[in-house]
Design a protein around this ligand. Structure first.
Ligand code: ADP
Ligand code: MG
Length: 564
């Protein structure tokens, strides 16, 4: 027809398709999980938009997903009556990758299939995984609310381009037809498809229906009938008792809510009763998404009210420093017609937010105590984000501080594995403070002249070189009653760590070199406040020190770089 157009895939999509077909073949079954996951999301989106506009349900309010197959045509179909796509949405959603960090992701690919397959998992495969098993994919869709003549047909062989065409389509939602590649015929079996649905998609809340099959005595084979049958449990996983949920089911549910290809690192599932009643099923992913630092990133915690989906990524449910958490919260108290505005002021949400925060911090404490390897993995992926909590969350500041890990002069390596508690346990006799140095790199911190006296005396110093560390120490003044002190600030008072002889020596020298100090001060003029004799150096002749209440040298550098 006149409206048919052929368009090229974004370069990154082409690369992704090529890689996926070649490296994920041994995992080919996951295409079904991904397409069902999308169908379920589309139903959720319709529900959400229908909160303001009930007409979107048209005359078809029961949301469901249908799976079918046609042996003769060698096709599989996945149909939903969710939100659907307009022509423009089909082009944008099925022709490009909108994630920030996409370009960076592709620059990490090595060409080594095993390694790249692993990376692809971290990136997320989604819709494009259809092409693992299909050499042609046809998508028919109509967006809820648009007239029947505004349907769209999208089609591609998964090579360089795809076509889009305006079509007539009475049914709302999306129908995806996979034309199977050679050798994929085992998928054309009701038994096989049911097994895959139960394995990967049992937790999907909408019904996943298939036509029932019956044994035909004459043909001596299973034949498809006209009766519908729901294949999955179609009940909210989080509402089931914990004892009835297997780890495998928890993991598969995570892959759907977390839009992740890999298993989660840990999860916590609890029903909270009392003033505010809700169920929480929260996961910590095993790796950071590519858009962790993107303020617009989606896919956080989903909010349900009495098992009815309300919204995705309800950011009020957790503080920003826990934005890596995925999962669902299901409230028994909130009204079904809640809006984002109401969420912001709701006392119930406040209680949920503080409860979820405590749960996640508790889960992390648990990892620290029982699974050091996992905590290490967590720290590598999300440590920098967790650090924001020291500034953001006054109520839980000490808890968050206890979870922080730093590099220190104890091991002198870049690895951040020293907790403040470890540090305190190693403090010298008479030591009352936690000492740290901040610098723009680990090496600058490690080699700071300010450390010389500490190294000589065998006092451990935390080596801070993350940008965010400056922020951490401006908000964290003490831990467990021990003040945190920069080794580069103020007159260094080592207190009881300094012996009498050293003090007297310093006073004697101050007198002896008075003239020299004045001379240096005069020649440096406005650039310094003061010139002092010090015992902080053992090898270097001189160093710069910030005043107790001034910004540190490193922070000054950061602010300057940020244009302030
Ligand atoms: P993700 O699900 O992580 O967003 P996908 O590659 O799985 O990534 O899907 C890309 C996008 O295509 C989705 O975000 C959605 O906008 C659109 N999409 C895919 N399947 C459907 C569907 N069945 N109904 C409506 N939109 C869909
Ligand atoms: Mg998806």
């Amino acid at each position: 027809s006149a409206t048919r157009e052929t368009l090229g895939f974004q370069t990154e999509v082409k690369q992704l398709l090529h890689l996926m077909i070649h490296s994920l073949y041994s995992n080919r079954e996951i295409f079904l999980r991904e397409l069902i996951s999308n169908a379920s999301d589309a139903c959720d989106k319709l529900r959400f938009e229908a909160l303001d506009n009930g007409a979107l349900f048209e005359s078809d309010p029961e949301l469901k997903i249908r799976i079918g197959f046609d042996k003769a045509a060698r096709t599989l179909t996945i149909i939903d009556n969710g939100i659907g796509m307009s022509r423009d949405e089909a082009i944008a959603n099925l022709g490009t990758i909108a994630k920030s960090g996409t370009r960076e992701f592709f620059s990490h690919l090595t060409g080594d299939q095993k390694q790249d397959a692993n990376l692809i998992g971290q990136f997320g495969v989604g819709f494009y995984s259809s092409f693992i098993v299909a050499d042609k994919v046809t998508v028919l869709s109509r967006r809820a609310g648009l007239p029947a003549d505004q349907g769209v047909k999208w089609e591609s062989g998964g090579e360089g381009d795809f076509s889009v065409e305006q079509v007539e389509r009475a049914a709302r939602g999306t129908e995806i037809t996979l034309h199977l590649r050679e050798g994929q015929d085992d998928l054309l079996s009701g038994w096989k498809l049911r097994a895959l649905i139960r394995k990967y998609s049992d937790h999907i809340v909408q019904s996943i229906v298939m036509k029932q099959e019956k044994w035909d005595e004459e043909k001596k084979e299973q034949v498809v009938t006209e009766e519908d049958e729901t294949v999955n449990q179609a009940s909210a996983l989080w509402a089931r008792p914990k004892s009835e949920i297997s780890d495998e089911q928890y993991r598969e549910f995570y892959k759907h809510v977390g839009h992740d290809f890999e298993d989660p690192l840990a999860w916590t599932h609890a029903r909270v009763e009392g003033r505010s009643e809700y169920t929480q099923l929260l996961y910590i992913p095993a790796h950071a998404p590519f858009d962790l630092y993107d303020r617009n990133q989606r896919h956080g915690v989903k909010l349900y009210v009495k098992r009815v989906f309300i919204m995705d990524d309800a950011e009020q449910l957790l503080p920003a420093y826990l934005r890596f958490v995925r999962g669902v919260v299901d409230s028994s108290d909130l009204p079904l017609n809640i809006s984002r505005e109401i969420l912001q002021e709701s006392k119930d949400i406040e209680a949920i937010r503080s409860g979820c925060t405590k749960k996640i911090l508790g889960l992390l404490d648990d990892l620290v105590a029982n699974d050091a390897e996992k905590y290490k993995k967590f720290w590598q992926a999300f440590g920098r984000v967790l650090k924001e909590g020291v500034a953001e969350d006054m109520v839980n500041r000490d808890k968050v501080a206890g979870l922080l890990r730093f590099a220190s002069s104890h091991a002198d390596t870049t690895e951040e594995n020293v907790s403040l508690a470890d540090y305190i346990a190693r403090m010298k006799e008479g030591q009352e403070k936690i000492y740290y140095v901040t610098a723009e790199s680990f090496n600058a911190a490690k080699n700071s002249p300010h450390l010389e006296i500490f190294r000589k005396k065998g006092i451990e110093v935390l080596l801070l070189s993350d940008r965010i560390d400056e922020w951490v120490v401006t908000h964290l003044h003490e831990f467990d009653g021990k003040p945190l002190v920069s080794v580069a600030k103020g007159g260094l008072d080592l207190g009881k760590l300094e012996d009498e002889a050293e003090k007297q020596e310093q006073e004697r020298e101050a007198g002896e070199f008075k003239e020299l100090l004045e001379k240096i001060k005069k020649s440096l003029g406005e650039r310094v406040k003061e010139v002092r004799i010090t015992n902080r150096l053992t090898d270097s002749p001189a160093c710069l020190v910030a005043d107790e209440h001034d910004v540190s040298g490193n922070l000054a550098r950061i602010l300057k770089a940020a244009g302030q």
